[in-house]
Design a protein. Structure first.
Length: 139
């Protein structure tokens, strides 16, 4: 049902997994593509028919596009704390930012930092601050 190649790619047999979990194959696709996103450094490929498969691979960002600029553009209008943490972890993993910078940014983006901000504005403010901090690292 699951194979992991030497290059680190994971390949799942879509229909087998769906049968095991008691769901339809499209639900498997949806869950995996929403959890393994390009912003987190993953590409998910799938094939329907013939048993179908889903392949998940970790990718490095290209040298022609600044990984920081790519991340700034990928952050939407809102950003929750868990996605912010995942983005920072990926930037450290890709050696785009040092661990120390990620720790400072994580502290600034944590829910604790927004305790005096009304709940409905927190994720919007967090996204704006993340973009500003990443942009500052570009200069």
């Amino acid at each position: 049902m699951l194979e992991i190649a030497e290059n680190g790619e994971a390949e799942l047999q879509r229909n087998e997994l769906a049968e095991e979990l008691g769901c339809v194959p499209s639900q498997i696709n949806y869950v995996l593509t929403s959890r393994f996103t390009p912003e987190q450094g993953y590409v998910v490929e799938s094939r329907r028919g013939g048993g179908g498969y889903i392949r998940i691979r970790r990718v490095k960002l290209g040298r022609d596009v600044s990984p920081l600029m790519h991340t700034v553009n990928a952050v939407g209008e809102t950003l929750n704390p868990s996605v912010a943490r995942i983005i920072l972890e990926n930037l450290v993993y890709q050696k785009v930012i040092p661990v120390e910078a990620a720790r400072i940014m994580a502290a600034a983006l944590s829910d604790h930092s927004y305790r005096d901000v009304p709940v409905e504005y927190r994720d919007r403010l967090r996204a704006s601050l993340m973009k500003q901090m990443l942009t500052a690292l570009l200069s």
